[in-house]
Design a protein around this ligand. Structure first.
Ligand code: ZN
Length: 134
């Protein structure tokens, strides 16, 4: 028997709460699914490629992610958001429709010289809003 590792895949076992080199087990009944056998608990589990574990919150125009908490925000002095107003980076906003607080993290301009702000909201995440609309 050649002792190659080509028929094993490193995967996390939620039962053992650890990663193992798992032997690939072929099961004819479930076509397309690769089954692995965990050497820890001897259980069988389907092979799951890493990309299926990615969280699906890739909203926003760039890659910078800033998590904020309610206690980080001076909500006593939050300004009501209106697209007619103009805001500064660092200001705290309250968006009435969403009942959500957020902080202005950056400013941007869209084609047509429309002014926008990027706001990191507590619940909605990072959202681009218009400002200074005439
Ligand atoms: Zn296991």
């Amino acid at each position: 028997m050649p002792s190659t590792k080509t028929n094993s895949i490193n995967q996390y076992c939620s039962v053992c709460k650890d990663h193992f080199e798992m032997d690939v087990v072929k099961q004819g009944s479930s076509k397309g699914v690769v089954w692995l056998k965990c050497p820890g608990c001897q259980g069988f589990l389907p092979y799951m490629p890493d990309e299926s574990e990615e969280p699906e919150n890739s909203r926003g125009g760039d890659s910078e992610q800033q998590e904020i908490a309610l206690e980080d925000l001076d909500i006593e002095n939050a300004k009501e958001y209106s697209e007619k107003n103009v805001y500064e980076v660092g200001e705290i906003l309250h968006h009435r429709s969403w009942n959500d607080f957020g902080r202005v993290v950056s400013k941007d301009r869209l084609p047509g010289n429309r002014r926008t702000i990027w706001v990191q909201f507590l619940r909605q995440g990072k959202i681009q809003l218009l400002e200074g609309v005439e």
